[in-house]
Design a protein around this ligand. Sequence first.
Ligand code: FES
Length: 108
Amino acid sequence: IKITIIDREGEAHLVDAPIDMNMNLMEVIRSYELAPEGTVGICGGMAMCASCQCYMLNKDHLLPEKSYEEEEMLDQAFFVQENSRLSCQIPMEKELDGLEVKIAPFNA
Ligand code: FES
């Protein structure tokens, strides 16, 4: 699928995200090195940091519900908006073709 990822500098990148490799959005961001090394995915995708926070710009109705762990983490994170999600909790699925997201500012 094709998704658009806007980096922390505001630059948009249209990237190919595989749907057959069990990848989540955080891993896609890392695989294309769209954020400086070590600033996205610090907890390894366990919903235990907020470094992978993204603002979801479309497709909200197709995104999985937030888990309790994701809600809790976002409650403690900085720069949270209504459309914030932890990108490690968003698996790459066929329906998400055309997804647009913006990487949130760095959360230590
Ligand atoms: Fe830590 Fe997503 S990588 S919450």
